[in-house]
Design a protein. Sequence first.
Length: 144
Amino acid sequence: MQSIYYFTRTGASRRIARALSEGLGAPCYEITDGNNYRGIVGYLRGGYYAARGVKVGISVTREPLKDERIYLVGPVWASAPAPALKAFRAAYPENTMVLILNDLGQPLEKLKAIQEGYEKVYLINHRLRREDKDIEAVILGESL
């Protein structure tokens, strides 16, 4: 069994997660951390939390099953995955996970350090304007 879990600030990760859900025929669930990331203050807070490795508590709309393969979707903030993504990985270490990060410009090489603990890591770069093609590659298990 497989599922998609996502964390979003602007809705971009939700859009990607829903496209994956449709393509994989897998259910989609939201992760929240209870913090307000709206506006410029929220944007700065999120970047600070990510850069400093601030731990956050999370809640999910459904707890994953132990044998479930998870596609984890979320943003890159300050050259690191959003804190809620790190918290989710830490909360469910027994699950096989594929990490799908969306960002405006970080090259994947800068994110190599976060690959540990994931079956595969994808980076969907909005500036390249090929989101649909990248999502299709994730669905097919291809490299980007």
